[in-house]
Ligand binder design. Structure first.
Ligand SMILES: Cc1cc2nc3c(=O)[nH]c(=O)nc-3n(C[C@H](O)[C@H](O)[C@H](O)COP(=O)(O)OP(=O)(O)OC[C@H]3O[C@@H](n4cnc5c(N)ncnc54)[C@H](O)[C@@H]3O)c2cc1C
Length: 445
């Protein structure tokens, strides 16, 4: 039986273990954390995530979609909350289309459970990878429970150990390895809206809730237990920033001023605020994602992005789909497949990084802007009337169009809509505008 080693049993590593196990590999997975099946999920990052088409396509290909559907809540649209407390709703796509809120811990646990049911998958928890000797294919681990140092040799290594990947650090020390990381000036903090005493949600659960406030925002995703996980995105420093929110009074005043409708929904606001960490947001790009056709970076270790398009995990899952499809094409020859995958997929990693940064501006600023809302309405109208026109958000979220093509289309659509929104009287007559039709035909006819 052929052997493969996976470093990191997070979302992407656990899913990739399932793919490899189904291909008949003897898979050994090393994970720094304790076994969450015994000890529960211990994670520093977001409690829930939005899963969309690319994520679903991957779990479908892995043959485990029905098991994941059990833990997902559909969110067919976004609900914007104005400072006045007024709400408005925008569907994300067409009737029947939705993104799904899934618990990070629940999903990770489910993927681990599924992977561990294969007799050819073995997990070693509390094994922290500290280094890799690239010449001898030797991985070095510290057993964090016993302090023991462990060495393992492997001819085929998949690094799914996240944004601060130890395997990638080893590659970074090699000649001509490019690496760039950029932190956003914003950080994030998770807060909670608990369920009502009867276990129901305090806001409609069938939406991703957004409080856009210009340079900052808060979002909330529903959980299956009736709660919402809120994430406040705010600059670390400056006039309106985390640096000034240093007392319970300051936090309450801030929420009263900018998110007044949430105060009654968040009885534990100030406790949560000071208990939960303020975390940073990184975009990380590197290349090549591989070493000599024997070591491959997948998921965040290759392409960590900011969370505003809800695509980080989806992109990592899509890495698995694409690589698994190549397996057949290449007849299982990793020495050719790994370099080709790394080269072909890299432009998609860069494109979704860029799209995610753009979507931050859309979410925090534009979703409350009348011109932007008009653009969304016109885009939906054109998509309905001319199916060859697919809004770029739809391409990213509800299709498997390569991200680099979606980015090109986003740019084209930005230019097109700039011209559309300059048409005289478009606010009133967009549904029956000959000028709009003509412009559309010139761009897309
Ligand atoms: C606030 C926030 C919100 C997000 N929302 C979304 C969303 O809505 N939708 C979406 O698609 N994506 C979202 N993401 C992105 C998503 O979380 C990541 O893209 C995804 O977790 C990447 O999975 P991964 O398996 O590559 O890495 P990780 O999830 O980071 O897993 C890495 C694993 O490797 C282990 N590990 C690390 N170092 C070592 C080591 N040295 N040795 C052994 N094991 C190690 C870790 O313990 C972990 O289990 C969000 C991210 C953030 C920060």
């Amino acid at each position: 039986m052929q052997k493969a080693t996976i470093i990191g049993a997070g979302l992407v590593g656990s899913l990739w273990a399932v793919f490899l196990a189904r291909r008949g590999y003897q898979v050994t997975v090393y994970e720094r954390r304790p076994d969450m099946r015994a000890k529960g999920y211990i994670g520093g990052r977001s409690i829930n995530l939005a899963m969309s088409e690319r994520g679903w396509a991957a779990v479908e290909k892995a043959g485990i979609r029905p098991l994941i559907e059990k833990v997902a809540i559909p969110m067919p649209g976004r609900m914007m909350h104005a400072v006045s407390g007024e709400t408005s709703y925008q569907p994300y796509g067409k009737e029947g289309q939705a993104i799904y809120s899934v618990s990070r811990g629940g999903l990770n646990l489910e993927l681990l459970r599924i992977a561990s049911e294969f007799p050819n998958v073995a997990f070693h928890f509390e094994h922290k990878c500290s280094d890799v000797d690239l010449n001898s294919n030797t991985l070095f681990f510290e057993n964090t429970a016993t302090g023991e140092q462990v060495q393992v040799e492997s001819d085929l290594i998949f690094a799914t150990d996240g944004a601060f990947s130890a395997v990638r650090y080893a590659l970074q020390r090699t000649d001509r390895f490019d690496y760039r990381q950029t932190y956003l000036e914003h950080g994030y903090k998770e807060l909670t809206i608990p369920p009502l005493p009867d276990g129901s949600h305090r806001m409609p659960p069938e939406a991703l809730h957004i409080w856009p406030r210009g340079n900052f925002m808060m979002i909330a995703l529903p959980n299956a237990d009736g709660s919402f996980t809120c994430t406040l995105f705010l600059p670390f420093e400056g006039e309106t920033s985390f640096e000034h929110l240093t007392s319970a009074e300051a936090v309450t005043d801030f929420f009263r001023r900018y998110f007044p409708d949430t105060l009654a929904l968040m009885p534990t606001l100030t406790t949560d605020f000071f208990t939960n960490p303020t975390s940073s947001l990184i975009t990380l790009q590197c290349q090549p994602w591989q070493w000599q056709g024997r070591i491959l970076l997948l998921g965040d270790s290759a392409h960590a992005i900011v969370p505003f398009y809800g695509q980080g995990m989806n992109a990592g899952f899509e890495d698995c789909t694409i690589l698994d499809a190549m397996y057949e094409q290449y007849n299982g020859d990793w020495s050719r497949m790994i370099p080709d995958f790394a080269r072909q997929r890299k432009p998609d990693g860069d494109a979704i990084a860029e799209l995610a940064l753009r979507n931050f501006i859309e979410m925090r600023d534009l979703v409350g802007d009348p011109r932007f809302l008009l653009r969304k309405k016109i885009a939906a109208h054109l998509h309905e009337k001319y199916p060859q026109f697919v809004p770029s958000y739809t391409l990213v979220t509800f299709t498997n169009t390569p991200y680099h093509q979606a980015l090109q289309e986003d740019e084209r659509q930005n230019n097109f809509f700039k011209a559309v929104l300059d048409l005289p009287g478009i606010e009133e007559n967009w549904a029956h505008s000959p000028a709009l039709e003509q412009l559309f035909m010139e761009w897309y006819g």
